[in-house]
Design a protein around this ligand. Structure first.
Ligand SMILES: Cc1cc2nc3c(=O)[nH]c(=O)nc-3n(C[C@H](O)[C@H](O)[C@H](O)COP(=O)(O)O)c2cc1C
Length: 248
């Protein structure tokens, strides 16, 4: 179930090198005990403006109250389409809400624990979602070009939030390129950023440092929860433990 076996040889060589370098930078899942029980999700969504076709229901939802907390949970997550037979767990977590991207699943667990509003980071361009190989190739080219994919969803009320959880998959031992667009679009000065990451073996790589470089005037919590695709069955407890033991 290792995605490296599924990709073509060129990408395998590149990714193997990247993974080797980044393994040392893997982040931990904070293993402390927790007490509070999870509140049910309110499915709150941050204000977002669709400038293109919505690719998921959450991106077109609007602001809702979360009971007074000023927490935003923004995430980029790309679940492969149903029927993709290779490494389905690489990007799909079955849940009560259906088939979710792994990062999206993590975002839901965070919201169940701390409340807040969900925001889906989406792009104008469509990624190839019928094939892991095609997606890997596409993302590799995007990174090689240092692209800034245009976003189709936007936060129109960032001032309302002090704490922003930001989730993304490790792509090529880096942030997915749409995350660079995201961090360049917004100024998180004075806010607390709490990263969370899904991955296929590399942990968070250097991504937290990168976020700190992109947002030098934010407080970036360097304690990301990372969920490996082979531990998805434990993802809920891993994320719950982590978030309940966070101090922010
Ligand atoms: C284009 C692409 C590149 C990836 N590169 C890496 C990588 O360098 N290291 C790693 O550990 N996992 C890598 N992965 C695996 C993803 O991080 C993992 O599948 C993650 O669970 C996807 O989350 P999502 O379903 O929310 O999109 C890559 C996946 C894709 C699609």
């Amino acid at each position: 179930m290792n995605y490296k076996k599924k990709i073509n040889k060129r990408l395998a060589v590149v990714l193997a090198a990247i993974l080797t370098m980044s393994l040392a930078a893997c982040s931990s899942e904070t293993p402390d005990e927790s007490g509070a029980d999870a509140e049910s999700s309110q499915s709150n969504m941050a204000g977002s403006v669709q400038t293109d076709e919505p690719s998921s229901e959450e991106s077109s939802a609007s602001t809702a109250s979360d009971g007074g907390q000023n927490i935003l949970i923004a995430y980029f997550s790309l679940p492969l389409n149903d029927g993709v037979d290779t490494v389905a767990r690489a990007s799909r977590k079955e849940s009560d809400d259906g088939s979710l991207g792994n990062v999206r699943f993590m975002a839901n667990v965070i919201q169940e624990n701390v409340g807040g509003d969900l925001f889906s980071i989406e792009t104008v361009q469509e990624y190839p979602m019928d094939s892991m190989d095609d997606l890997l190739e596409f993302a590799y080219e995007e990174k090689a070009e240092n692209a800034r994919p245009e976003l189709s969803t936007h936060i129109d009320n960032l001032d309302d939030y002090d704490v922003v959880f930001i989730g993304y998959p490790n792509w090529n031992a880096d942030l997915p390129m749409p995350m660079y667009t995201f961090f360049e679009e917004y100024d998180f000065s004075g806010k607390t950023i709490i990263p969370f990451v899904a991955h296929g073996g590399s942990g968070a790589s250097r991504t937290v440092d990168t976020i700190a470089e992109l947002e030098p005037d934010a407080t970036v919590i360097d304690d990301p929860v990372t969920v490996y695709w082979d531990e998805l069955d434990d993802a809920e407890s891993i994320v719950t433990e982590w978030v309940q033991n966070l101090e922010f």
